[in-house]
Design a protein around this ligand. Sequence first.
Ligand SMILES: [Zn+2]
Length: 96
Amino acid sequence: MPSTRTPEGEFNRCGICGCESDMEPSYLFNDATCPACGHLLRYPAKVPAFSVVSHKPTRSTSTVIRQTMWLISYRIRMQIRQLKRRTLGLVFASAR
Ligand SMILES: [Zn+2]
């Protein structure tokens, strides 16, 4: 199991592969990706996403924006990958 422990990480268990991790959920979506399989891990919402940033400015706004941009691009890439996988599955299924 990969070591993903960070001081501010939150425990979660992947619903797909069962991997246990202490990921730091994103501020914007309050989720993280499973370190083992990349599945999206949801975290219970405790504090409204942006109030965390405004009340506890432990990170600069640019860092949050950069992470948010990365996450959005990552999600798009993951969706494209899933779409490709699904399309390939259909192709293989119809070829049989
Ligand atoms: Zn997983």
